[in-house]
Design a protein. Sequence first.
Length: 255
Amino acid sequence: MIYEKFSRYYDIFYRSRNIVDDINFIEEIIGRYLGFKASTILDIGCGTGDHAIELRKRGYKVVGIDISKEMIDIAKSKSREKNIDVEFIVGDVRDFDLGMKFDVAIALYSVMSYMIENKDLLQALRNIRNHLVSKGLFIFDFWHTIGQIRHYRPYAIWKFEENDDTYVKLEISSLDILRNTMNILYEIQYLRRGIPVDVVVEEHRLRLFTIPEIKHYLEESGFEVVRFYKMESGKYSFKELDEDSAEIICIARSK
């Protein structure tokens, strides 16, 4: 299972993400394309809960779901500490059943790229569709085949220091052209005053998609594609696509 021990370091390595800007972008998308006032939002692959909590602060009823119990435990702890009422649930995007429908569903930061097999992707998309009202929006991003190949780098390393604590993350990536996937080995090292305290190793496999593939599977699952935009340096934007787009934002509407 991914994001087990990794979960305790997740917020350290991704703290540069601007959650407020992300949600500003989501609200702009909703304003442009939903066609009615949104009141309920489903956050799929919610991770440690920052997006869901920010959405709740803005008045939406939010449910966050993630396959990692460890991530959900952190999300619940955050919501309790901030006294913000968000329902966080451990569940699989392919078969969760909440018994309710939402105006908007979001799946941010490559959640859908974890659907490697066609059957899993279709099952996930159809389940998301079943949790949306008619003409509801599904907003997500995915790894784009051509852009990922052009920007491919086999190694990357990040280092953060806080007082006596040092955190190092090593990424070793391998591109599988035949299967259209990126395999990433993460090694995280935590040192206290230079002495190793913890090492976490996880392997993640993500699928790369072409735009025609995404369109096809969305249409097969009861969606129509509204618009694609380019992510710029890992940030959401309204910029037009080009061949260098390594990550793409998709807005789809339920039929």
